[in-house]
Design a binder for this molecule. Sequence first.
Ligand code: SF4
Length: 179
Amino acid sequence: MKLSSVSVMSIIHDSVVDGEGLRTVIFFSGCTHQCPGCHNPQSWNVHHGTWMSVDEVLGEVLRNPMTDVTLSGGDPFMQPASISCIARGLKLFGKHIWAYTGYTMEELLTNGSADQKQLLSYCDVLVDGPFKQQLRDVSLAFRGSSNQMIWQKVDGVWFPNPKYLPPYCNDNRTVTSLC
Ligand code: SF4
């Protein structure tokens, strides 16, 4: 494995269920959160994917000029250095980036590594937190349990997107802006 390579489960084009609009979704391998009830446990082992160079991933994603991009998995924040390179390349082509992670926004901002913070800086929307079976709610858009929040970045500051706040207390999380 080279630093500039990433383990990828699959890349799918034209998804309408992994974020707003039409999106190309990159499912990266590797996740240590091991949430009970995870929809994709085969992605936990980083070696279950195909090792691809940053350029190979960018080439496949940019083959589709119509879509924005979602980083999913697995957890993209488990391979943050290489995926930051991919995200930086996508921003050069004007792509809007959603990312899914099992970390909370608060964890990434306070205890995240430099590479994780770099990757976060390229994202426009973050769907955060582990999947919690006891908070599973199939009525929620774009996430599986109500502890997960959909954050949007406005002028460099992260806000929970008010469109997606559940109408009840979700795991006692504080709904404030973060930067
Ligand atoms: S963070 Fe996502 S991929 Fe990882 S174990 Fe939890 S639900 Fe599965």
